[in-house]
Design a protein around this ligand. Structure first.
Ligand code: FEO
Length: 175
């Protein structure tokens, strides 16, 4: 039955699989940011918590955008299972170090999808994924800007942490 269904779409199974895997990655990113935001909230970093709560929402949108695309092009979007999520972090800065690592990993995953699209001549999906290329460039840039704050402001002092918390909230919002 599945093979018969596939005759009605140009979507190749390997692209459907890799797109569903990306849904899981984006959904996991949303969960990770939510846990990070909660940790920041509990530890007195209210402004940067707000920044990551918003990021968690954005990642959910990234996930849903791909999810809808899969169904739109005749595939089967699979709801990703929610796995274990890291709830505790060693420091204010470590939250954002993990966030940058996560964004870099997402960028690599998106690049792998585009490489696969080119391999199998799926130009529609390649074009669709270009939105993510631009988005990742911005997100990585913002994640690095956050870490730069820790380089120039002393996070060991309460005043420094207060300033960093406020400055993080400005990143990504219109000046
Ligand atoms: Fe949608 Fe920043 O990964």
């Amino acid at each position: 039955m599945k093979d018969l269904m596939r005759l009605h779409t140009s979507l190749k199974e390997e692209i459907e699989i890799i797109l569903n895997a990306q849904c899981k990655i984006e959904s996991d990113a949303s969960q990770k940011y939510l846990a990070m935001a909660s940790w920041l909230d509990r530890n007195g970093f209210e402004k940067s918590a707000g920044y990551l709560y918003a990021q968690a929402e954005e990642e959910r949108e990234h996930f849903l955008k791909i999810f809808h695309y899969i169904n739109e092009v005749g595939g089967t979007a699979v709801t990703p299972a929610i796995g274990e999520v890291q709830q505790e972090f060693t420091s204010f800065k470590s939250v954002f170090e993990i966030a940058l690592q996560n964004e870099i990993a997402v960028t690599h995953a998106i690049n792998r999808i585009i490489a696969k699209c080119r391999e199998v001549n799926d130009y529609a999906t390649e074009e669709f994924m270009m939105w993510y290329v631009k988005e990742q460039r911005e997100e990585e840039h913002n994640a690095r800007r956050v870490l730069e704050l820790f380089d120039i402001i002393d996070a060991d002092s309460a005043t420094g942490r207060f300033v960093i918390d406020k400055e993080i909230a400005k990143i990504g919002s219109p000046e």
